[in-house]
Design a protein around this ligand. Structure first.
Ligand SMILES: [Ca+2]
Ligand SMILES: [Ca+2]
Ligand SMILES: [Ca+2]
Length: 314
């Protein structure tokens, strides 16, 4: 029984079609798409054991990006950070402001690019975006000119499959926010305090087009931009790029109100109806770029302003 459950959660090329199409309901006979985004045995309303966040990808060949260097990741040390907002500044779903402690992890320095995504498609694992265009660029996804631009038009399930293929996983919502805001160790004192409540990845300075690709009316670019184009001005305290703006980013968690109190390595509610996206994007105003901002989206949604980045433990 355990072996069967583990097998169902392992990355198996033969199971890949069910993973890729899970969000649209397509699973092999006898399996159905469940709340963790994977196909499991049985009907959709039967009990199941959710796949672990760290899917065993040891059977996979290491991703090959046509000889280029693997995408850089930033190590985030274990420790506490201030998560959420108090009721004077945030939306209702950002409350309460609290101290969350995370284990060490690593996160992609930049958003997943078109070239990276194409390597996963070439490996026979990922499915292509639902459109090969961006808002203003025909053939965006396939054009070498946009190799280093963020992939868009990918669903939550597609995003999860990509990260598994890369030997990683989607970041939890807390990991995303800590990467954007910085841990309490960064500014003295080492404990958590008001000095650690940054509004944007770069701090308290207003959002501008040299820090983020967003919409201060008029829009900075009016479409996606090259990943890292605003580094280091727009970087987070850890040097992670474009967390604010360019494209919204899928994270692991379902969307719901936060549980009260301090928490350790939170993974969000077990199930809900929509997943969280973070960071705002190229046609979104500055308030959505705040590190604490949350937005919810159907897992099947594919749109020209959302992509992803991946994380890994540690
Ligand atoms: Ca501090
Ligand atoms: Ca972003
Ligand atoms: Ca919001």
């Amino acid at each position: 029984m355990l072996a069967a459950l583990v097998a169902a959660c392992r990355y198996e090329p033969s199971l890949d079609p069910c993973r890729v199409s899970c969000a649209s309901g397509g699973c092999p006979a006898g399996m159905s798409c469940r709340g963790d985004g994977f196909c499991h045995e049985g009907a959709a309303d039967e009990p199941f054991t959710a796949c672990p966040m760290d899917v065993d990808a040891s059977d996979l060949d290491a991703p090959s990006l046509d000889g280029s260097e693997p995408p850089p990741m930033i190590f985030i040390p274990a420790g506490p950070f201030v998560m959420g907002s108090d009721d004077s500044e945030g939306d209702a779903d950002e409350l309460p402001e609290r101290i969350v402690t995370l284990s060490a992890y690593s996160i992609d320095q930049h958003e997943v690019t078109n070239a990276q995504w194409r390597a996963c498609v070439s490996a026979g694992v990922c499915s292509p975006p639902s459109s090969i265009n961006s808002r203003t660029r025909v053939g965006y996804y396939a054009s070498p000119e946009f190799d280093d631009y963020p992939v868009v038009y990918v669903s939550w399930t597609q995003a999860r499959v990509y990260c598994v293929w890369a030997g990683k996983r989607l970041p939890t919502e807390a990991e995303w926010e800590k990467a954007a805001r910085g841990g309490c160790e960064l500014v003295e004192p080492a404990t958590c305090g008001a000095e650690d409540e940054r509004t944007f990845p770069w701090g308290e300075a207003p959002a501008t087009c040299d820090r983020a690709n967003f919409d201060p009316a008029p829009e900075c670019v009016g479409d996606t931009d090259r990943v890292g184009a605003r580094s280091p001005l727009g970087d987070s305290p850890y040097g992670v790029q474009d967390l604010a703006g360019n494209v919204w980013e899928w994270v692991q968690d379902w969307h719901d109100l936060y549980p009260p109190g301090d928490v350790t390595d939170p993974t969000g509610p077990f199930t809900a109806t929509e997943r969280v996206q973070r960071g705002g994007g190229w046609s979104i105003d500055a308030s959505a770029l705040r590190v604490a901002n949350r937005s919810k989206v159907e897992v099947t949604n594919q749109v020209w302003i959302r992509g992803l980045r991946c994380a890994r433990s540690p």
